[in-house]
Design a protein around this ligand. Structure first.
Ligand SMILES: Cc1cc2nc3c(=O)[nH]c(=O)nc-3n(C[C@H](O)[C@H](O)[C@H](O)COP(=O)(O)OP(=O)(O)OC[C@H]3O[C@@H](n4cnc5c(N)ncnc54)[C@H](O)[C@@H]3O)c2cc1C
Length: 305
């Protein structure tokens, strides 16, 4: 078994670390930002393929991840509560009639539903909702229980001295992988108090999404290409909330709890390949959570090759 260094403690790095440890490797995770400080901590997060390519691989990684999250959500209830993973029904609305989405095959039970006023099409399905602050803590605990470590370390290049290095540095791969094809797509969200909402809602235009969690509701969002600022804009927050309230009127008057911006690590295609001792796994765009377990399985296979 190999000594593996995983660079990155977002959802991708931690999921890879868990699967590598389960496969019997010795694993140390190093990261500039600890899990709660990463882009992953900002994710909404629902299973939903968004701004990640190529479609055939995204479908395969996404299907596998859907299965793992579903097993977690429907298995031992104490464990799914600790992990913060639930299957939640919801609806995507569309301005115009459309064919089934290209990823429909990954989702059991996607059905056409009556669109609300102002929309001309809609589909509904139950999908995993992942409460990232809880889930990242759960993943970190899994890493530690399995004998792995997590250390804060700001690297200026990929490390040497391990049999295998997994580069799961997200947007940081621009520097660590010298890869200028990774670029930020900034997303702003706000969190409001729970007002009894039990369904998620999504309108790709905007994009506008409303994701209920146990104690709050994530309201988004934006997708600004090339934007590096992580400072939330009050005007943008107002505009997001206005859009979201048109979609989900129950949000009217809900108390705002906080604001966040995250930088999605966008790339024309996810980079998942082995280059000597380095396995690159980054560039998941708006789908890092959605693809996490499928990609982690592939990293384990590459580590054995
Ligand atoms: C507003 C918003 C909503 C989202 N909603 C969803 C959703 O609903 N579903 C979904 O699937 N996805 C969603 N995403 C996308 C998802 O958050 C990302 O795809 C995912 O977080 C990428 O994970 P990652 O582990 O690759 O990167 P990150 O979480 O960014 O982690 C990268 C890690 O690498 C480390 N690193 C980088 N550079 C260095 C360095 N030089 N030295 C040491 N360590 C370094 C960082 O410190 C960090 O620990 C959303 C994103 C945003 C912004």
């Amino acid at each position: 078994m190999s000594r593996v260094l995983v660079v990155g403690a977002g959802v991708v790095g931690l999921s890879c670390a868990v699967r590598l440890l389960e496969a019997g490797h010795r694993v140390d995770v190093v990261a500039r930002d600890l899990p709660g400080e990463t882009t992953s901590a900002v994710a909404a997060a629902i299973w939903y393929p968004y701004r990640a390519w190529p479609q055939d691989q995204v479908l395969a990684w996404g299907s596998r991840t859907f299965e793992v999250f579903t097993a977690l959500a429907t298995g031992d209830s104490a464990e799914s509560e600790r992990a913060g993973v639930r299957l939640v029904p919801g609806t995507e609305v569309l301005a115009d009639p459309a064919a089934d989405p290209w990823w429909a095959g990954a989702v059991p039970g996607l059905t056409r539903t009556q669109p609300p006023a102002g929309y001309r099409d809609a589909w509904s399905f139950a999908t995993p909702v992942i409460e990232m602050p809880l889930y990242l803590r759960w993943l970190t605990t899994r890493v530690e229980e399995l004998g792995g470590t997590l250390t804060r370390l700001n690297l200026s290049g990929l490390p040497t001295g391990a049999d295998v290095v997994v580069n799961a540095s997200g947007i940081g791969a621009r520097l660590l992988g010298a890869d200028l094809s990774v670029s930020p797509v900034a997303g702003q969200v706000l969190y409001v108090e729970q007002v009894g909402l039990e369904r998620w809602w999504l309108d790709g235009a905007g994009p506008t999404y409303v994701v209920p969690r146990s104690r709050d509701i994530v309201v988004g969002g934006t997708a600004i290409e090339g934007e590096w600022s992580r400072t939330p804009s009050p005007e943008t927050a107002q505009e997001i909330l206005a859009r979201a309230t048109r979609l989900v009127p129950a949000l009217a008057g809900a108390r705002i709890v906080r604001h966040k911006v995250g930088l999605r690590p966008a790339r024309p295609s996810v980079r998942l390949e082995r280059e000597g001792r380095v396995i690159h796994c980054y560039g998941h765009g708006g789908s890092g959570v959605t693809l996490s377990w499928g990609c982690a399985d592939e990293v384990v296979a590459l580590a054995a090759s």
